[in-house]
Ligand binder design. Sequence first.
Ligand SMILES: Cc1cc2nc3c(=O)[nH]c(=O)nc-3n(C[C@H](O)[C@H](O)[C@H](O)COP(=O)(O)OP(=O)(O)OC[C@H]3O[C@@H](n4cnc5c(N)ncnc54)[C@H](O)[C@@H]3O)c2cc1C
Length: 376
Amino acid sequence: MKVLVSGASMAGLTAAYWFSRHGADVTVVELCDGLRRGGAPIDIRGEALGTAARMGILDDARRQTVPPAEPGTVLDAAGLPVATIDLAWFANETDDDLEITRDRLNDLLFAAAEPRADFRFGASIAQLADESAVEVRFTDGRRESFDLVVGADGLHSATRRMTFGPESDFLAHQGYYVALANLDPDEPWRQAMYSVPGLMAAVRDVGDGPLAYILVRSDEIEYDHRDLDRQRRIVIDFLGRGDAWELPRLRGAFADDRTTGFYFDSLAQTRMPRWSRGGVALIGDAAHCASLLSGMGTSLAMTAAEYLAEEVARTPGDIPAACERYERRQRRHVDKAQASVAEHGPMMVPGTDEELQQRNDLLRRLAAQHASASRP
Ligand SMILES: Cc1cc2nc3c(=O)[nH]c(=O)nc-3n(C[C@H](O)[C@H](O)[C@H](O)COP(=O)(O)OP(=O)(O)OC[C@H]3O[C@@H](n4cnc5c(N)ncnc54)[C@H](O)[C@@H]3O)c2cc1C
């Protein structure tokens, strides 16, 4: 069986590994010239721990976890400490969950998948035609046919657009934007979380240097996804709401086009009634992005890839039936993760002064409870 995977990140790399382990001949195309770098630490949780273990990467991932996050200081508009927050109070599925940088996990997945598949970087699908096999024209003009095309090309998936229609039919903006950037490691940065109504700005160093992490409430904004200057200006506007703490220096970092790891996107969910059509199946954010507020995007991407490959291996002659079984196995985990965002968003970015006050009161109560529970 010939399988084409579009996208070489969590979903695509995991899919390349599993399809090839089940005997398929796998090609992977990735738009970037190498693995796409950047991002805050992500989590491997719940069922995905099993996927990682079966791939033989769990022990390495555990060795490379980021140091357990100390409860972070929450600052008010004046930059004064008002509470502490420990993300572990909210999100873990099990005590075994682990947190690792996105780059380190991508490297581990790539090392597992690379010997098993034909990787083509700087390449992508230009056109898909689904007949008895899926006929693919690549951006370099080459044509090839595959039994199955797996769209693992993220939130703004081109595979989804070509197979199911425009992304506006499937993406649901959650009312937030996220921005990330690596900060100069040679400069001192005060690590904390600045929190005012509608804006959260944090600096955290997990061992690979300080990272700026911005979450902001906003209606949808029209902009060109390729126009990085415009995106930088949007972030600087968001950060213009105050001058306390590191906000002026963060504005400087986001304004500087030499800053690495810049990432800006709307916090959106992919909602689709079906994730497959004919010989094309979607996995990961392309199919069912829950958004980073769920803390489940990577885990869902990994389980989707394993389940799809496993089901296709069970009935290689009936891909639609295999896809239906994959969707049934995966859907309940997605529904739970997508629903969790309604609760996590206001916790990270309260919308009003009153909500901010209530959130900070809750954090102080949780801190007291955890402190008394850990006392001998
Ligand atoms: C730069 C970056 C930073 C991120 N930071 C965070 C974070 O801090 N916290 C968090 O929870 N989540 C983050 N995410 C999202 C997180 O990686 C995903 O939610 C999750 O891991 C699911 O992975 P995925 O493989 O489905 O999608 P993604 O990780 O988004 O990967 C999609 C891949 O497809 C490639 N691609 C896109 N279009 C095409 C195309 N037309 N043809 C071929 N390849 C294509 C992309 O370059 C990318 O490698 C980030 C994503 C990116 C891209």
